[in-house]
Write a protein that binds this ligand. Structure first.
Ligand SMILES: NC(=O)c1ccc[n+]([C@@H]2O[C@H](COP(=O)([O-])OP(=O)(O)OC[C@H]3O[C@@H](n4cnc5c(N)ncnc54)[C@H](O)[C@@H]3O)[C@@H](O)[C@H]2O)c1
Length: 700
């Protein structure tokens, strides 16, 4: 028939098989092949029924994302039309689903008259995660099969459901053990011999009729998702389409779906979310550490220091089923640390996101010690003691002696030189940074910091570890702040300068929040605590270059004993038991006073200026990092910012966003800002170069 779609005739039942590994993606060639197969089966009088199935691991993973935005070769049938053909067939069509039927794959199945699935199959419409919606009838057929609440949940949240749940919801008609195609063929024969009626999803009405004339159902749903989906366009378009399925005849609903799909697929948001999808897959590729690099086993772990970070890191191991030994300076410190871990788990249990049994199981994987000798057999150690070079060196020296020669010694330092720490051991090749983000048991990002001497095996093993504990590991190089925090400093510095020049914390926070970040820099600072940064700045005071501008605003806030939420006040004030930042006249007056003392005539600072002044330097720093080879690729920086700092996925990360804005625009603005405000804002050479070449970070 074709290379990618085959047709066989099993005594009157045509079996149409998608054969486009690895996921039977519904690209141009498959659609052309499918159309030919359907036509041949329809035209063949010996064929009485059809079965559609997928070869290999699954039914179909859906559309071929790489083809989005490309014009199809002449004559390629659009997927919606093919699905309409399937559904309109007078001969019964059965979907035989194994593995997954996702997105367009699921929509093909919804167009069939009967859906059978294996017990381990999963189905779903995850299009929304790519900034689009199911555009081949999914938003119209799914509600007719499962009703409104379930359809909204599936389509707006992009949820995959296992076969059993899919059966209960009415997405599939039966679960079959044994060979799925044999079962589907047998079912097809029965439909023919017993002359069973053909059921078409598009013609069903009973499940949508209930919600007809009740717009409040949808308005309420929009309200529930307002916070979760803030800034995203696709989830709201999905709701609109499901509402259309309720209120319009099928043919008209399809028109709405098509129009909204076209809008979304061409949007910057969808481009950004597709970029994010590929960026996440790129991140594991390390040119000088190929996939074939041997890795060490990770059967047991240790964590040194059970404070804020160590406790969370230990939980990560336990959550992944890896026994972990926690080491502390005293039994008292251990008790305190373990108590926090227990409370953390208990909170999850009380929210019903973990069973008591699971909590007990996880706690049983965490053992404690104050004796280095107990670490002799562990495979990997993550050190999370105070941020102090002398202390870290002492700890690494002791670990080097106590741990078996093959063990990897990782440090969670956020600012110190990994190479200097490695030099305190006789195994610098097995030393690496694992920079977790706080709270370490929640945040998905790990910046894995390769030292000068970290071996390929060590790097590959730590990347494997990230995956094993459910994190996104991004490989970075050694520099102050590594990738994420170094870029953060560049942005925070400018926001403090803006305070001196005329802005106030609430104004800056609002601009950044509206841009899509989870919170502005000042609410963020209050959440994280202001004292740590203050202490670091005090240590660095002597080495601060005198010619570079320095803002004392943050120091003055700390001098008032305002360390953020934990002291009830920081940049904002907080009411007892509340985390809502309230602008505080004390801070605003303090800022006005500092402006005056430093000779600034306060001026109106516009929202656009705030955005440019904060975000462009961040991008600029990213460009320097790329040029210095401290991140492997621009998209890795995007992953770091999406997972470590909540950079909005619908903007694709700072470097992708920079391309959308235009590198030329950013370069021009940085040049102007540099003229106006001096050194910190000097455009990075790489930024200049790609602007001059008319390129973007995507072209690097
Ligand atoms: N807090 C954050 O947001 C964050 C984020 C990323 C990285 N880090 C880094 O993680 C590390 C730990 O930070 P934290 O915030 O968890 O600090 P913390 O003060 O909460 O905890 C440090 C723990 O180390 C223990 N400790 C001190 N000396 C020790 C020793 N010799 N042996 C064993 N344990 C010892 C202390 O008793 C304490 O429990 C630091 O390097 C920090 O820079 C922190």
């Amino acid at each position: 028939m074709s290379d990618v779609v085959t047709l066989s005739n099993r005594n009157g039942v045509a079996v149409v098989t998608l054969q486009n590994p690895p996921v039977n993606g519904l690209g141009f060639a498959v659609r052309t092949g499918l159309e030919a197969a359907l036509r041949a089966a329809t035209d063949d009088d010996t064929v009485q029924a059809l079965v559609i199935t997928g070869d290999g691991k699954m039914f179909s993973g859906g559309a071929d994302i790489r083809e989005f935005g490309q014009p199809p070769p002449d004559g390629t049938p659009p997927l919606p039309m093919l699905i309409d053909t399937i559904e309109a067939s007078d001969k019964p069509v059965i979907a035989a689903i194994h593995g997954v039927a996702l997105g367009g794959g699921c929509e093909v199945a919804l167009g069939c008259h009967v859906r059978l699935a294996t017990p381990d199959a999963r189905v779903g419409l995850p299009e929304v995660t790519l900034g689009i919606l199911p555009g081949a009838g999914g938003t119209q057929r799914m509600p007719r099969l499962v009703g409104i609440p379930a359809a909204l949940d599936l389509i707006v949240n992009g949820k995959l459901v296992p076969a059993k749940k899919a059966l209960a919801l009415g997405i599939i008609d039966d679960i079959v053990e044994g060979d799925i195609v044999d079962a589907a063929v047998a079912h097809a024969r029965r439909m023919v011999s017993e002359n069973l009626p053909i059921r078409r999803a598009s013609a069903l009405d009973d499940k949508v009729v209930e919600a007809r004339g009740t717009p409040e159902v949808f308005d309420d749903f929009r309200k529930t998702m307002a916070r979760r989906a803030r800034g995203f366009e696709a989830p709201f378009a999905c709701v609109d389409c499901v509402e259309a399925a309720v209120n319009l005849p099928f043919a008209e609903g399809i028109v709405t779906e098509r129009a909204r799909f076209r809008e979304l697929v061409a949007s910057d948001q969808s481009k950004a979310q597709r970029h994010a999808f590929f960026a996440e897959r790129q991140v594991t590729k390390i040119p000088d550490v190929p996939k074939s690099t041997p890795t060490l086993s990770l059967d047991t772990a240790a964590v040194i220091g059970c404070g804020t970070m160590g406790g969370g890191i230990a939980m990560n191991f336990a959550n992944a089923g890896i026994p972990v030994t926690v080491f502390e300076v005293s039994q008292e410190a251990l008790d305190k640390g373990l108590d926090v871990i227990r409370k953390n788990y208990a909170a999850t249990v009380s929210k019903r996101r973990l069973s008591q049994n699971e909590m007990d199981q996880r706690l049983s994987l965490i053992s404690t010690t104050v004796d280095y000798a107990d670490l002799a057999t562990v495979d990997v150690v993550v050190e999370a003691v105070f941020e102090d070079m002398a202390l870290k060196k002492e700890v690494f020296g002791k670990l080097d002696t106590a741990c078996k020669p093959g063990a990897i010694l990782a440090t969670n330092t956020s600012t110190l030189d990994v190479d200097e720490i490695a030099a305190a051991t006789n195994r610098p090749d097995k030393v690496i940074g694992t920079h977790f983000f706080s709270p370490a048991n929640v945040m998905k990002l790990m910046e894995n910091v390769r030292g000068e001497q970290s071996s390929p095996e060590t790097i590959a093993t730590i990347m494997k570890l990230s995956k094993a504990i459910g994190k996104v590991g991004v490989l970075v190089g050694v520099c102050d702040g590594f990738v994420g925090n170094r870029m953060l400093y560049a942005y925070r510095r400018q926001s403090d300068f803006l305070l001196e020049e005329g802005a106030l914390p609430a104004q800056i926070d609002k601009v950044i929040y509206d841009f899509g970040m989870p919170m502005g820099p000042y609410a963020m600072g209050d959440l994280a605590g202001l004292d740590v940064g203050w202490r670091i700045r005090q240590q660095q005071a002597a080495t601060r270059p005198p010619h570079l501008r320095y803002s004392t605003v943050a120091d003055h806030v700390c001098e008032l004993g305002r360390f953020g939420q934990k002291t009830g006040a920081g940049w904002f004030r907080y009411e007892e038991g509340s985390r809502t930042p309230i602008p505080d006249p004390i801070v605003d007056e303090l800022i006005l006073k500092i402006s005056q003392e430093n000779g600034f005539t306060r001026r109106e600072v516009g929202d656009q200026e705030i955005l440019e002044r904060c975000m462009y330097p961040l991008v600029n720093e990213g460009a320097k990092i790329l040029e210095e080879g401290l991140a492997q690729r621009a998209s890795d920086i995007d992953v770091i910012w999406m997972y470590g700092y909540g950079f909005p996925r619908f903007r694709g990360g700072p470097m992708f966003w920079a391309d959308l804005v235009g590198v030329q625009t950013i370069y021009d603005t940085m040049s102007r800002l540099h003229d106006e405000h001096g050194d910190w804002l000097e455009p990075a050479p790489l930024l200049k170069r790609i602007a001059e070449q008319g390129k973007g970070f995507r072209d690097l």
